[in-house]
Structure formats: C-alpha cells, structure tokens
Write a protein that binds this ligand. Structure first.
Ligand SMILES: [Zn+2]
Length: 162
C-alpha cells in the first residue's frame, strides 16, 4: 500500500517538474488530427516543438487543397523552417499521430530534424515498411498514444469512407 502511494507521489512530482512530456505534445498532435477528422480529411495531426515550445502545428489537408503532398508533416516542416528562418530543424522534435510515409520521411531526412515521435504504426505505407532511411542524426520514438491515434483512424474509415 505504502509502496503504491509512493509510486503515485513520485509520478505526480515528476509531472510537476516536467509537464512537457512526449504525451503532452502528442495530445496536441491528436487535437490536430481531430480537426482533420472534422473536415473529412484522413485524421493525421502533427506539431513541431523546440525547447518545449510548439512552433508549428498542422493536420492533413490533401482533400481541401487537392494536393497529395499536403500531409500534416509536410506542412509542419515548412512552417517550422519559416519560424526558425532556416531550412534545418536541428533541435526540433516532430510529433505526429501516425508513422510518417516515405514522402514525409524523405522531407524529414532533408530537414535533419533531431527527433521524431509518432503514435500509431502504418503497416501499409509507413516509412519503415517502405525501407526509407531517416537522417543518421534523427532519433525515433514510436507508440506514443498509439491507441488514441489508431482509434481515430479506424473511426474515420468506418464513419466517413463507407
Ligand atoms: Zn506523409
């Protein structure tokens, strides 16, 4: 009992010290994915963060823009580079609800982004299945709030694409 309470207290303290966890920023990406869902776009959302500050947020807009390159990641890469005034995203982390495709992974390669954190795996079109290489300096974390992201995708294809 004591041990359990202690563990909870430690978690609470850790969260107080650093509220900017990967889950915290992934929730922001999920909010973007919900915005895409509401526009009848495949629900993928992304944010780019530097020094715990969100400098870009976007969601998939391929239908609205009639543009197959309007993936959430592509828009966030452009917005973050504009914000930083330089083409490289060194020191930045991309949070994206779904594993990037090979196009986005290619763009992320060129950006030299420091970290990619994604939620759900894309078994069919993800960059890992496609064998796309990221920049050697880019670290990858997967599976953050993956169930939430996957549920949103499933709901989309059940409700919107009958
Ligand atoms: Zn993509």
């Amino acid at each position: 009992m004591f041990h359990k309470e202690f563990k909870f207290a430690k978690f609470a303290v850790d969260t107080m010290i650093n509220p900017f966890t990967d889950e915290y920023f992934m929730k922001k990406a999920l909010q973007e994915a919900v915005m895409a869902f509401e526009k009848e776009e495949i629900p993928v959302g992304a944010v780019i963060v530097i020094d715990n500050k969100v400098i870009a947020s976007s969601h998939n807009l391929t239908e609205l823009l009639h543009d197959v390159t309007a993936h959430a990641e592509m828009q966030s890469i452009t917005a973050a580079a504009n914000y930083l005034g330089g083409k490289y995203l060194i020191g930045c982390t991309l949070y994206v609800t779904l594993e990037p495709c090979q196009m986005c992974a290619g763009a992320l390669y060129w950006s030299q982004i420091s970290r990619i954190v994604y939620g759900a795996t894309d078994e069919n079109r993800g960059f890992i299945k496609m064998g796309t290489q990221l920049h050697p300096k880019t670290k990858v974390v997967s599976g953050v709030l993956a169930d939430e992201a996957a549920d949103l995708m499933k709901r989309f294809f059940i409700e919107k694409r009958k």
